[in-house]
Ligand binder design. Structure first.
Ligand code: ADP
Ligand code: ASP
Ligand code: MG
Length: 409
Protein backbone atom coordinates (compact mmCIF):
# COMPACT_ATOMS: atom_id res chain seq x y z
CA UNK A 1 0.00 0.00 0.00
CA UNK A 2 1.12 3.51 -0.74
CA UNK A 3 2.85 5.89 1.61
CA UNK A 4 0.64 8.56 3.14
CA UNK A 5 1.77 11.75 4.85
CA UNK A 6 -0.76 13.02 7.38
CA UNK A 7 -0.59 16.43 9.04
CA UNK A 8 -2.58 17.21 12.18
CA UNK A 9 -3.09 20.86 13.11
CA UNK A 10 -3.22 22.53 16.52
CA UNK A 11 -6.85 21.88 17.45
CA UNK A 12 -6.54 18.28 16.28
CA UNK A 13 -3.85 17.72 18.93
CA UNK A 14 -5.13 20.41 21.32
CA UNK A 15 -5.49 18.22 24.43
CA UNK A 16 -4.27 14.80 25.63
CA UNK A 17 -7.59 13.21 24.65
CA UNK A 18 -7.34 14.64 21.16
CA UNK A 19 -3.81 13.27 20.83
CA UNK A 20 -5.09 9.85 21.85
CA UNK A 21 -7.81 10.06 19.21
CA UNK A 22 -5.28 11.04 16.56
CA UNK A 23 -3.15 8.07 17.64
CA UNK A 24 -6.15 5.76 17.23
CA UNK A 25 -6.73 7.10 13.70
CA UNK A 26 -3.08 6.59 12.81
CA UNK A 27 -3.19 3.05 14.20
CA UNK A 28 -6.17 2.31 11.94
CA UNK A 29 -4.34 3.52 8.85
CA UNK A 30 -1.31 1.48 9.83
CA UNK A 31 -3.41 -1.65 10.27
CA UNK A 32 -4.68 -1.11 6.73
CA UNK A 33 -1.06 -1.47 5.64
CA UNK A 34 -0.11 2.13 4.84
CA UNK A 35 3.42 3.27 5.64
CA UNK A 36 2.80 6.53 7.48
CA UNK A 37 4.68 9.74 8.07
CA UNK A 38 2.84 12.08 10.43
CA UNK A 39 3.48 15.79 10.89
CA UNK A 40 2.05 17.59 13.90
CA UNK A 41 1.60 21.20 14.96
CA UNK A 42 1.95 22.55 18.45
CA UNK A 43 -1.12 22.05 20.67
CA UNK A 44 -3.65 24.80 19.90
CA UNK A 45 -2.79 28.14 21.48
CA UNK A 46 0.75 27.01 22.29
CA UNK A 47 2.55 28.95 19.56
CA UNK A 48 0.65 32.10 20.54
CA UNK A 49 1.55 31.49 24.17
CA UNK A 50 5.22 31.14 23.30
CA UNK A 51 5.19 34.33 21.23
CA UNK A 52 3.51 36.18 24.12
CA UNK A 53 6.17 34.84 26.47
CA UNK A 54 8.94 36.31 24.33
CA UNK A 55 7.08 39.65 24.33
CA UNK A 56 7.17 39.64 28.12
CA UNK A 57 10.94 39.73 27.82
CA UNK A 58 11.36 42.03 24.82
CA UNK A 59 9.39 43.35 21.86
CA UNK A 60 12.50 43.10 19.70
CA UNK A 61 13.88 39.58 20.12
CA UNK A 62 16.54 38.50 17.65
CA UNK A 63 14.82 36.32 15.03
CA UNK A 64 17.23 33.48 15.82
CA UNK A 65 16.17 33.29 19.48
CA UNK A 66 12.51 33.81 18.59
CA UNK A 67 12.71 30.65 16.48
CA UNK A 68 14.44 28.79 19.31
CA UNK A 69 11.44 29.53 21.54
CA UNK A 70 8.46 29.21 19.17
CA UNK A 71 9.67 25.94 17.66
CA UNK A 72 9.38 24.15 21.00
CA UNK A 73 5.60 23.63 20.85
CA UNK A 74 5.89 21.05 18.09
CA UNK A 75 8.59 19.10 19.94
CA UNK A 76 6.18 18.47 22.81
CA UNK A 77 3.47 17.18 20.47
CA UNK A 78 5.69 14.72 18.57
CA UNK A 79 6.79 13.12 21.83
CA UNK A 80 3.27 12.92 23.25
CA UNK A 81 1.87 11.47 20.03
CA UNK A 82 4.55 8.78 19.91
CA UNK A 83 3.80 7.86 23.52
CA UNK A 84 0.10 7.61 22.67
CA UNK A 85 0.95 5.36 19.70
CA UNK A 86 3.15 3.17 21.89
CA UNK A 87 0.29 2.60 24.32
CA UNK A 88 -1.68 1.25 21.35
CA UNK A 89 1.15 -1.08 20.44
CA UNK A 90 2.17 0.94 17.37
CA UNK A 91 5.87 1.38 16.71
CA UNK A 92 6.61 5.07 16.32
CA UNK A 93 9.60 7.41 16.48
CA UNK A 94 9.61 11.18 16.73
CA UNK A 95 11.93 13.60 14.95
CA UNK A 96 12.48 17.32 15.23
CA UNK A 97 13.09 19.27 12.03
CA UNK A 98 16.83 19.30 12.71
CA UNK A 99 16.91 15.54 13.34
CA UNK A 100 15.31 14.67 10.00
CA UNK A 101 17.36 17.45 8.62
CA UNK A 102 14.73 19.61 7.06
CA UNK A 103 17.29 21.98 5.65
CA UNK A 104 16.04 25.56 5.19
CA UNK A 105 17.50 28.90 4.26
CA UNK A 106 18.41 31.23 7.13
CA UNK A 107 15.38 33.54 6.90
CA UNK A 108 14.32 33.12 10.53
CA UNK A 109 10.54 33.15 11.19
CA UNK A 110 9.79 32.64 7.49
CA UNK A 111 12.40 30.15 6.30
CA UNK A 112 12.02 28.17 3.10
CA UNK A 113 12.67 24.45 2.88
CA UNK A 114 15.62 23.58 0.63
CA UNK A 115 15.94 19.82 1.10
CA UNK A 116 14.95 16.93 3.34
CA UNK A 117 17.11 13.95 4.26
CA UNK A 118 14.94 10.91 3.68
CA UNK A 119 17.41 8.37 5.06
CA UNK A 120 16.25 8.16 8.70
CA UNK A 121 12.60 8.22 7.61
CA UNK A 122 13.00 5.43 5.07
CA UNK A 123 14.91 3.35 7.58
CA UNK A 124 12.16 3.62 10.18
CA UNK A 125 9.42 3.00 7.64
CA UNK A 126 11.20 -0.15 6.50
CA UNK A 127 11.27 -1.15 10.14
CA UNK A 128 7.47 -0.83 10.37
CA UNK A 129 7.59 2.41 12.35
CA UNK A 130 5.25 5.37 12.09
CA UNK A 131 7.54 8.38 11.65
CA UNK A 132 6.33 11.46 13.52
CA UNK A 133 7.92 14.76 12.45
CA UNK A 134 7.62 18.17 14.10
CA UNK A 135 5.95 20.65 11.76
CA UNK A 136 6.86 24.31 11.28
CA UNK A 137 10.59 23.91 11.98
CA UNK A 138 13.84 23.22 10.21
CA UNK A 139 17.52 23.89 10.49
CA UNK A 140 19.79 26.05 8.35
CA UNK A 141 23.18 25.08 6.96
CA UNK A 142 24.91 26.54 10.03
CA UNK A 143 22.75 24.44 12.37
CA UNK A 144 20.45 27.23 13.57
CA UNK A 145 16.82 26.31 14.32
CA UNK A 146 14.45 28.02 11.86
CA UNK A 147 10.67 28.23 11.55
CA UNK A 148 8.54 28.37 8.42
CA UNK A 149 6.00 31.09 9.22
CA UNK A 150 2.59 30.79 10.89
CA UNK A 151 0.69 27.78 9.63
CA UNK A 152 4.00 26.30 8.45
CA UNK A 153 3.25 22.72 9.51
CA UNK A 154 1.12 22.42 6.37
CA UNK A 155 4.27 23.11 4.37
CA UNK A 156 6.29 20.57 6.35
CA UNK A 157 3.64 17.97 5.50
CA UNK A 158 3.58 18.75 1.80
CA UNK A 159 7.39 18.99 1.57
CA UNK A 160 7.73 15.56 3.17
CA UNK A 161 5.11 14.15 0.82
CA UNK A 162 7.03 15.58 -2.12
CA UNK A 163 10.41 14.32 -0.91
CA UNK A 164 9.07 10.83 -0.18
CA UNK A 165 6.85 10.76 -3.29
CA UNK A 166 3.89 9.88 -1.10
CA UNK A 167 0.64 8.75 -2.64
CA UNK A 168 -1.23 11.50 -0.82
CA UNK A 169 -0.74 14.31 1.67
CA UNK A 170 -3.71 14.54 4.03
CA UNK A 171 -4.12 17.75 6.01
CA UNK A 172 -6.33 16.99 9.03
CA UNK A 173 -7.91 20.02 10.65
CA UNK A 174 -11.02 21.16 12.52
CA UNK A 175 -13.19 21.57 9.41
CA UNK A 176 -13.96 18.74 6.99
CA UNK A 177 -12.54 20.44 3.93
CA UNK A 178 -12.15 23.71 2.09
CA UNK A 179 -15.39 25.69 2.13
CA UNK A 180 -16.79 28.40 -0.11
CA UNK A 181 -15.72 30.76 2.67
CA UNK A 182 -14.74 30.49 6.32
CA UNK A 183 -17.64 28.52 7.85
CA UNK A 184 -17.07 30.33 11.15
CA UNK A 185 -18.22 33.57 9.51
CA UNK A 186 -20.87 32.22 7.15
CA UNK A 187 -22.68 29.16 8.53
CA UNK A 188 -24.25 28.60 5.07
CA UNK A 189 -20.78 28.06 3.53
CA UNK A 190 -20.58 24.79 1.61
CA UNK A 191 -17.77 22.29 1.48
CA UNK A 192 -16.10 21.99 -1.90
CA UNK A 193 -15.32 18.45 -3.09
CA UNK A 194 -12.52 19.83 -5.26
CA UNK A 195 -10.77 23.09 -5.82
CA UNK A 196 -8.03 23.87 -8.35
CA UNK A 197 -4.50 24.70 -7.20
CA UNK A 198 -4.85 28.05 -8.87
CA UNK A 199 -7.94 28.92 -6.86
CA UNK A 200 -6.54 27.50 -3.63
CA UNK A 201 -3.39 29.57 -4.09
CA UNK A 202 -5.49 32.72 -4.44
CA UNK A 203 -7.71 31.79 -1.48
CA UNK A 204 -4.66 31.09 0.73
CA UNK A 205 -2.82 34.23 -0.33
CA UNK A 206 -5.95 36.34 0.23
CA UNK A 207 -6.43 35.19 3.79
CA UNK A 208 -8.05 31.71 3.96
CA UNK A 209 -5.75 30.20 6.51
CA UNK A 210 -7.02 26.65 6.09
CA UNK A 211 -3.78 25.98 4.16
CA UNK A 212 -0.53 27.93 4.36
CA UNK A 213 0.12 29.40 0.92
CA UNK A 214 3.57 27.87 0.66
CA UNK A 215 2.14 24.40 1.13
CA UNK A 216 -0.14 24.96 -1.86
CA UNK A 217 2.75 26.30 -3.96
CA UNK A 218 4.85 23.30 -3.00
CA UNK A 219 2.11 20.81 -3.78
CA UNK A 220 1.47 22.42 -7.17
CA UNK A 221 5.14 22.42 -8.06
CA UNK A 222 5.87 18.84 -7.01
CA UNK A 223 2.48 17.42 -8.03
CA UNK A 224 1.56 16.27 -4.54
CA UNK A 225 -1.96 14.93 -4.19
CA UNK A 226 -3.27 17.21 -1.46
CA UNK A 227 -6.45 16.70 0.54
CA UNK A 228 -7.99 18.64 3.44
CA UNK A 229 -10.02 16.56 5.90
CA UNK A 230 -11.45 16.66 9.41
CA UNK A 231 -9.69 14.94 12.29
CA UNK A 232 -12.94 15.22 14.25
CA UNK A 233 -15.16 13.24 11.87
CA UNK A 234 -14.55 9.80 10.47
CA UNK A 235 -16.40 10.08 7.22
CA UNK A 236 -16.04 12.07 4.07
CA UNK A 237 -13.50 12.58 1.36
CA UNK A 238 -12.67 16.13 2.40
CA UNK A 239 -11.55 18.48 -0.36
CA UNK A 240 -9.09 17.48 -3.04
CA UNK A 241 -6.83 20.21 -4.38
CA UNK A 242 -6.48 19.38 -8.05
CA UNK A 243 -4.86 20.56 -11.24
CA UNK A 244 -7.96 19.78 -13.24
CA UNK A 245 -10.84 22.16 -13.57
CA UNK A 246 -14.12 20.38 -13.08
CA UNK A 247 -15.65 20.14 -16.51
CA UNK A 248 -18.28 17.58 -15.57
CA UNK A 249 -20.52 20.11 -13.89
CA UNK A 250 -21.51 23.57 -14.85
CA UNK A 251 -18.65 25.75 -13.73
CA UNK A 252 -19.53 28.11 -10.91
CA UNK A 253 -18.43 31.64 -11.66
CA UNK A 254 -17.03 32.09 -8.17
CA UNK A 255 -15.58 29.22 -6.14
CA UNK A 256 -14.96 31.01 -2.91
CA UNK A 257 -14.65 34.19 -0.88
CA UNK A 258 -11.50 34.94 1.07
CA UNK A 259 -10.89 37.75 3.52
CA UNK A 260 -8.13 39.24 5.59
CA UNK A 261 -8.57 41.49 8.59
CA UNK A 262 -4.91 42.19 8.90
CA UNK A 263 -4.67 45.26 6.65
CA UNK A 264 -3.48 48.81 7.19
CA UNK A 265 -3.80 51.59 4.63
CA UNK A 266 -1.19 54.31 4.23
CA UNK A 267 -1.70 57.43 2.14
CA UNK A 268 0.82 60.05 1.10
CA UNK A 269 -1.01 63.24 0.09
CA UNK A 270 0.24 66.05 -2.09
CA UNK A 271 3.10 64.16 -3.71
CA UNK A 272 4.87 66.00 -6.57
CA UNK A 273 3.60 64.30 -9.75
CA UNK A 274 6.96 63.61 -11.38
CA UNK A 275 8.65 60.48 -12.75
CA UNK A 276 10.25 58.36 -10.01
CA UNK A 277 7.92 59.44 -7.21
CA UNK A 278 6.29 56.03 -6.73
CA UNK A 279 9.74 54.50 -6.53
CA UNK A 280 10.91 57.05 -3.98
CA UNK A 281 7.89 56.30 -1.81
CA UNK A 282 7.72 52.51 -2.14
CA UNK A 283 11.43 51.73 -2.64
CA UNK A 284 12.41 52.40 1.02
CA UNK A 285 9.42 50.34 2.21
CA UNK A 286 10.51 47.39 0.09
CA UNK A 287 14.09 47.78 1.31
CA UNK A 288 12.81 47.44 4.87
CA UNK A 289 11.38 44.04 3.84
CA UNK A 290 7.79 45.22 4.22
CA UNK A 291 5.40 43.63 1.74
CA UNK A 292 3.16 46.14 0.04
CA UNK A 293 -0.11 44.72 -1.23
CA UNK A 294 -2.36 47.13 -3.11
CA UNK A 295 -1.12 50.42 -4.50
CA UNK A 296 -3.21 53.27 -5.88
CA UNK A 297 -2.00 56.49 -7.42
CA UNK A 298 -4.65 59.07 -8.15
CA UNK A 299 -4.85 61.30 -11.19
CA UNK A 300 -2.60 64.28 -10.67
CA UNK A 301 -4.03 67.75 -10.13
CA UNK A 302 -2.07 70.98 -9.97
CA UNK A 303 1.19 69.05 -10.29
CA UNK A 304 0.58 66.86 -7.25
CA UNK A 305 -1.05 63.50 -6.63
CA UNK A 306 -1.92 61.09 -3.77
CA UNK A 307 -0.46 57.62 -3.37
CA UNK A 308 -2.07 54.96 -1.15
CA UNK A 309 -0.92 51.45 -0.35
CA UNK A 310 -1.78 48.65 2.05
CA UNK A 311 0.56 46.69 4.28
CA UNK A 312 0.06 44.06 6.98
CA UNK A 313 -1.09 45.68 10.22
CA UNK A 314 1.99 44.48 12.06
CA UNK A 315 4.13 46.49 9.63
CA UNK A 316 2.11 49.71 10.01
CA UNK A 317 4.32 51.48 12.54
CA UNK A 318 7.54 50.73 10.71
CA UNK A 319 6.04 51.73 7.35
CA UNK A 320 4.74 55.02 8.81
CA UNK A 321 8.18 55.82 10.22
CA UNK A 322 9.69 55.28 6.77
CA UNK A 323 7.01 57.38 5.07
CA UNK A 324 7.69 60.17 7.57
CA UNK A 325 11.25 60.38 6.27
CA UNK A 326 10.12 60.08 2.66
CA UNK A 327 7.63 62.93 3.08
CA UNK A 328 10.35 65.32 4.09
CA UNK A 329 12.67 64.11 1.31
CA UNK A 330 10.14 64.46 -1.52
CA UNK A 331 8.13 67.37 -0.16
CA UNK A 332 4.78 65.60 0.17
CA UNK A 333 2.05 67.46 2.07
CA UNK A 334 0.76 64.91 4.56
CA UNK A 335 0.71 61.24 5.54
CA UNK A 336 -2.37 59.48 6.78
CA UNK A 337 -3.00 55.93 7.86
CA UNK A 338 -5.84 53.70 8.91
CA UNK A 339 -5.24 50.43 10.72
CA UNK A 340 -8.83 49.16 10.70
CA UNK A 341 -8.98 47.99 7.11
CA UNK A 342 -9.95 44.59 5.77
CA UNK A 343 -9.79 42.97 2.36
CA UNK A 344 -12.50 40.82 0.83
CA UNK A 345 -11.87 38.85 -2.34
CA UNK A 346 -14.01 36.75 -4.64
CA UNK A 347 -12.06 33.96 -6.34
CA UNK A 348 -12.91 31.64 -9.22
CA UNK A 349 -11.49 30.33 -12.48
CA UNK A 350 -15.01 30.70 -13.89
CA UNK A 351 -14.46 34.46 -13.89
CA UNK A 352 -12.37 34.10 -17.04
CA UNK A 353 -15.41 33.21 -19.11
CA UNK A 354 -18.07 35.18 -17.24
CA UNK A 355 -18.14 38.96 -17.39
CA UNK A 356 -20.03 40.95 -14.79
CA UNK A 357 -18.41 39.63 -11.62
CA UNK A 358 -17.02 43.01 -10.65
CA UNK A 359 -20.31 44.78 -11.23
CA UNK A 360 -22.25 42.23 -9.15
CA UNK A 361 -19.67 42.54 -6.39
CA UNK A 362 -19.74 46.35 -6.36
CA UNK A 363 -23.54 46.51 -6.59
CA UNK A 364 -23.94 44.07 -3.69
CA UNK A 365 -21.62 46.11 -1.48
CA UNK A 366 -23.28 49.37 -2.53
CA UNK A 367 -26.71 48.01 -1.59
CA UNK A 368 -25.42 47.52 1.95
CA UNK A 369 -23.86 50.99 2.01
CA UNK A 370 -20.35 49.54 2.24
CA UNK A 371 -17.76 51.92 0.86
CA UNK A 372 -14.98 50.43 -1.29
CA UNK A 373 -11.67 52.13 -0.61
CA UNK A 374 -9.38 50.22 -2.94
CA UNK A 375 -9.82 47.63 -5.68
CA UNK A 376 -7.44 45.19 -7.28
CA UNK A 377 -8.07 42.45 -9.81
CA UNK A 378 -6.34 39.54 -11.46
CA UNK A 379 -7.60 37.01 -13.97
CA UNK A 380 -9.33 34.89 -11.32
CA UNK A 381 -9.96 37.24 -8.40
CA UNK A 382 -11.34 40.64 -7.45
CA UNK A 383 -10.33 42.16 -4.12
CA UNK A 384 -11.67 45.22 -2.35
CA UNK A 385 -10.41 47.00 0.73
CA UNK A 386 -13.17 48.14 3.08
CA UNK A 387 -13.58 49.31 6.66
CA UNK A 388 -13.04 46.32 8.93
CA UNK A 389 -16.32 46.87 10.74
CA UNK A 390 -18.23 45.85 7.59
CA UNK A 391 -16.13 42.77 6.89
CA UNK A 392 -18.48 40.05 8.12
CA UNK A 393 -21.49 41.70 6.52
CA UNK A 394 -19.63 42.01 3.21
CA UNK A 395 -18.60 38.36 3.21
CA UNK A 396 -22.15 37.22 4.02
CA UNK A 397 -23.91 39.30 1.37
CA UNK A 398 -21.36 38.43 -1.31
CA UNK A 399 -21.61 34.74 -0.45
CA UNK A 400 -25.33 34.94 -1.04
CA UNK A 401 -25.17 37.21 -4.09
CA UNK A 402 -22.86 34.79 -5.89
CA UNK A 403 -25.09 31.84 -5.06
CA UNK A 404 -22.43 30.09 -3.01
CA UNK A 405 -24.98 29.07 -0.40
CA UNK A 406 -26.71 26.92 -2.99
CA UNK A 407 -29.25 29.48 -4.20
CA UNK A 408 -28.90 30.59 -7.82
CA UNK A 409 -26.53 33.45 -8.58
P1 ADP B 1 -4.99 23.89 11.89
O1 ADP B 1 -4.74 24.24 13.31
O2 ADP B 1 -5.57 22.51 11.72
O3 ADP B 1 -3.83 24.14 10.98
P2 ADP B 1 -6.23 26.36 10.99
O4 ADP B 1 -6.89 27.10 12.09
O5 ADP B 1 -4.87 26.81 10.55
O6 ADP B 1 -6.19 24.82 11.43
O7 ADP B 1 -7.16 26.29 9.70
C1 ADP B 1 -8.49 25.81 9.81
C2 ADP B 1 -9.44 26.99 9.92
O8 ADP B 1 -9.39 27.74 8.70
C3 ADP B 1 -10.89 26.62 10.05
O9 ADP B 1 -11.24 26.40 11.40
C4 ADP B 1 -11.63 27.82 9.46
O10 ADP B 1 -12.12 28.70 10.44
C5 ADP B 1 -10.55 28.56 8.68
N1 ADP B 1 -10.93 28.83 7.28
C6 ADP B 1 -10.79 30.03 6.65
N2 ADP B 1 -11.25 29.98 5.41
C7 ADP B 1 -11.69 28.70 5.21
C8 ADP B 1 -12.27 28.02 4.11
N3 ADP B 1 -12.49 28.64 2.93
N4 ADP B 1 -12.60 26.72 4.25
C9 ADP B 1 -12.38 26.08 5.42
N5 ADP B 1 -11.83 26.67 6.51
C10 ADP B 1 -11.48 27.97 6.42
N1 ASP C 1 2.31 25.98 15.36
C1 ASP C 1 2.54 26.85 14.23
C2 ASP C 1 1.50 27.97 14.22
O1 ASP C 1 0.68 28.04 15.10
C3 ASP C 1 2.56 26.11 12.94
C4 ASP C 1 1.25 25.45 12.54
O2 ASP C 1 0.40 25.21 13.38
O3 ASP C 1 1.12 25.13 11.36
O4 ASP C 1 1.54 28.80 13.36
MG1 MG D 1 -3.09 25.88 10.03
Amino acid sequence: MGLIVQKYGGTSVGAPDRIKQVAARIARFQREGHPLVVVVSAMSGETNRLIALTRDITTTPTPRELDVVVSTGEQVTIGLLCMALHTLGVKARSYTGAQVRILTDSAHTKARILSIDETPIRRDLDDGCVVVVAGFQGVDAAGNITTLGRGGSDTTGVALAAALQADECQIYTDVDGVYTTDPRIVPEARKLDRITFEEMLEMASLGSKVLQIRSVEFAGKYKVKLRVLSSFADTGEGTLITTEEDTTMEQPVISGIAFNRDEAKLTVLGVPDTPGTAYRILGPIAEANIDVDMIIQNVGQDGTTDVSCTVARGDHDRAMAILGQVRDAIGAREIRSDTSMAKVSVVGVGMRSHPGVASLMFRTLAEEGINIQMISTSEIKISVVIDEKYLELAVRVLHKAFGLDGSAA
